[in-house]
Ligand binder design. Sequence first.
Ligand SMILES: [Zn+2]
Length: 498
Amino acid sequence: MTTIERGPASAAGAVAISFLGAAGEVTGSCFRVDCAQARFLVDCGMFQGGRDADEKNASALDFDAATLDFVVLTHAHIDHSGLLPRLTARGFRGPIYATPATADLAGVMLPDSAHIQEKESEWAREREHDRRSAPRRAQGERRAGHRAPPEPVADALPLYTLADAERCLRQFRPLAYDVETDPRPGIALRFRDAGHILGSAIAEIRIGDGGARRKLVFSGDIGQPGRPVLGDPTPVPDADVLVVESTYGDRLHKDLATTYDEFAGVLARTLPRGNVVIPAFAVGRTQEVLYVLADLVRLGRAPALTIFVDSPLATRATEITARYAPILDRESRDLAAWQARHRDRVRVVFTESPQDSMAINEIRSGAVIVAASGMCDAGRVKHHLRLNLPRPECAIVFTGFQAGGTLGRQIVDGAAHVRLFRQDVAVRASVHTIGGLSAHGDQAALLGWLAGFRRPPARVFVVHGERDTALGFGALIRERLHWPSVEIPTRGDRIPLA
Ligand SMILES: [Zn+2]
């Protein structure tokens, strides 16, 4: 057992929350709770996008990781789980509580993320090496007629390695929805279905006993009710302290019927002469796109389809999703049964090897190609864009948020040319954005979930939204629900709960 200086919050009954990420922004979810019974994290996510993300990831977790007793992980998305291997590398040895599906998804996503970290650090070292040796070499060649030896590069270390990720995965402790466990004496933890991605959870944490007992609720990411594949977010009746996300707290999504109409239109217009390329995040979005496509065929609104899923990570995630059929919604179980009887109508080809992937390049029309990454800044989708973007008879369909600075954002914003593999590629394909598949609940969905509380939480913290969105959503909670205390924390805030 570790003995820790827990600071002023260690007084009996006192609890403090530190907002280490996703405060005034959407990525880097990480909240530390200090109380007399324990010190723990809820989520340990990576910062993504934006110029300062690398720096924030490197400087995150600037406390003694060995003093943590446990971690609660709400879901597998990298902006919630991506720094867990770094936490392990920095000395954390305690259990990581997550639902069984989240643990399985993390089992493929964290090693994949480690691989990306290692590759990026390799590239950074090469670039740095070229930068340092190029002028010296020119000088050396002029003076002595030979190449100067390269200098070693000390920085650009990976955030973590594959070995760190594998060690971290051994710390996972699966906990099913609606089952209570005691991570430490005097602390009870229970997960509720958040309806966001497979395995996603709302965390209910009770601290203390008797009159001093307090209930903290962390929403994690809340899904959009009525979406395919997943259940709806579970209402939570009460909390003393609520930490709630606000990603889309300022807008309403188009409904699913519109999404179906738009998809059907693109398929009908494009497939006779061209291909449809769908950049999609491997976990969650790929499975929803597959659902919608199969459903359109079942409903007679699309012809028989051949769909290529060209992402090994998406293939793994789709296998895991199929294994968890019992926790998916009834519609997706019905559709899976229909598909099993009509394999000729919806042919899904999962490509594994680079050779299989390249074979798709020969196809000129009639193919639907689903590939990662969702924002087109990496992965096999870039090859499919290089071949299909210049062809006016093809279509590119975006189904998710495209962050500023990504290739996906340039295409959505109407660029006439983009750079791909150091080549200038003309954009002549039709470009579509279909918005009804968001994994995050919109404003109405978030307010709907909040309305499930039977009494106002004493303290509410709005997180996981751009600052203006979080501020606006906070104001809306005060106005519509009349809750007494709604705060929008900033990264680094440590807030004692009296
Ligand atoms: Zn998420």
